[in-house]
Design a protein. Structure first.
Length: 146
């Protein structure tokens, strides 16, 4: 895969949630240029072109990052903070896709600059629809700054 053509960076450590989300995106042809990483450290390596992703350019950002909050190694809040404080990546849309309904997580995410905060629906059909709508909006409808 050419990492400079990635449209979605999906950061999720739960294999079941990841499988459902990727399946929902594939069903709507939105997963062709998706990279899935399992922890916050790997996400930061991808975003800032380090480690195994050092062959990509930081400037070739994905169109959107789908970010879980509860992650091993580096948590989602720290990933969000680092993305939004760096001049090269601060305009990159980040959507928190999490099971946390805690008000402090919502507030903190918006304080750090998240673009959207979505609580994963428990119902499979609602979850699939939410992911498809999310992909359609951020990949096809949203107009990012150049």
């Amino acid at each position: 895969m050419n990492y400079n053509e990635v449209e979605i960076l999906y950061v999720e450590d739960n294999p079941n949630d990841a499988e459902l989300t990727i399946r929902a995106l594939k069903k709507h042809n939105l997963a062709n240029h998706l990279v899935h990483v399992m922890d916050g450290e790997e996400a930061l390596d991808f975003i800032f072109a380090k480690g195994k992703f050092s062959d990509r350019k930081v400037e070739n950002c994905p169109k959107v990052i789908l970010l879980d909050l509860k992650l091993p190694k580096v948590d989602g809040m720290e990933v969000l903070r680092k993305v939004k404080e760096d001049g090269r990546t601060k305009k990159l849309p980040v959507v928190v896709l999490t099971s946390s309904k805690e008000e402090q997580d919502v507030v903190r995410s918006y304080e750090l600059g998240v673009n959207s905060y979505i609580v994963k629906p428990v119902d499979f059909d609602k979850f699939t629809k939410a992911v498809a709508d999310l992909g359609l909006y951020w990949l096809l409808l949203n107009q990012p700054p150049r």
